[in-house]
Design a protein around this ligand. Structure first.
Ligand code: MHF
Ligand code: KIV
Ligand code: MG
Length: 272
């Protein structure tokens, strides 16, 4: 497998299929705001996901269910203003696509029109088939999301690993093939056994992007706040932390507080 990296000036949905064909792994991270998206884009992350995990990370909700379409558009438009290279994918939030395919298309169009994003992501398989078809027919690229689908958390009750049993694994494989057949450009596989990710990835031409899906996915995605160590209570096995920003930021901020209290800040050079 070649590791030679082709230079991409701007990532398109086509570049991602290209990367899979050349054996180059795809990097994907979340961003919900302008400042973070600037850093993530400059670091050459291939795909930026404006995830509905903003509901947890930005707004402090327990689940992804409360975030609204308007709020997703606000996050996405902030991200888009920062991005020059990455492909920007936006999650359709809970309640904006499940009722019927027309509503799904309307929601996807609002995201594309009002934020300038490049693609949308929907959770689910066969049950959202008609919605995926409608959105794709309008020329909007769609990414699928199977395995642990946080918008259905109350149906499952836990965030444990999915598709460990043969029946659920077979269903996931069928859904993956269906999403590819419909024309999705990629597929997120969340918290499923590595061997199932391998089977799915080998069966598809479109790239799979894993989060807790193991090493055989064609790419990896994480919540950027998790890898930076800002969400210090979130500790799933699949997460690798590259920093402990929660601690680092806490130290910097308490130093500032001390300096203000001790009349050290501002000093003579820091005033007019
Ligand atoms: N900060 C953050 N990171 C994420 O990856 C993320 C979000 N928020 N919010 C939306 C979804 C929810 N996701 C999740 C949530 C929980 C686990 C998880 O493994 N939780 C427990 C185990 C629970 C169990 O086994 O019952 C853990 O080990 O932390 C994984 C992904 C992924 N997404
Ligand atoms: C975890 C990723 C795949 C996601 O859907 C999100 O951040 O909302
Ligand atoms: Mg999501």
């Amino acid at each position: 497998m070649s590791t030679a990296k082709k230079e991409y000036k701007r990532i398109t949905v086509k570049s991602l299929v290209d990367m899979k064909q050349h054996g180059e792994k795809i990097s994907m991270l979340t961003a919900y705001d302008y400042s973070m998206a600037k850093i993530v884009d400059a670091a050459k992350v291939d795909v930026i996901l404006v995830g509905d995990s903003a509901s947890n990370v930005m707004a402090g909700h327990e689940t992804t269910l409360p975030i609204t379409l308007d709020q997703m558009i606000y996050h996405a438009s902030s991200v888009i203003r920062a991005v020059h290279r990455a492909l920007v994918v936006v999650d359709l939030p809970f309640g904006s696509y499940q009722s019927d395919p027309k509503e799904a298309l309307r929601s996807a169009i609002r995201i594309m029109k009002e934020s300038g994003a490049h693609a949308v992501k929907l959770e689910g398989g066969a049950e959202i088939k008609e919605s995926v078809k409608r959105i794709l027919a309008a020329g909007i690229p769609v990414m699928g999301h199977l395995g642990l689908t946080p918008q259905s958390i109350y149906k499952f009750g836990t965030y444990t690993v999915r598709a460990k049993e043969e029946e659920e694994a077979d269903q996931l494989m069928e859904d993956a093939k269906l999403l590819e057949k419909l024309g999705c450009f990629g597929l997120v596989l969340e918290k499923i056994p590595a061997e199932l990710t391998k089977k799915v990835s080998e069966s598809l031409t479109i790239p799979t992007i894993g989060i807790g899906g193991g090493k055989y996915a064609d790419g990896q995605v994480l919540v950027v706040h998790d890898l930076l160590g800002m969400t210090h209570e979130f500790n799933p096995r699949f997460l690798r932390r590259y920093m402990n920003l929660y601690e680092e930021m806490g130290k910097a901020i308490s130093n500032y507080v001390d300096d203000v209290k001790q009349l050290d800040f501002p000093n003579d050079d820091e005033q007019y």
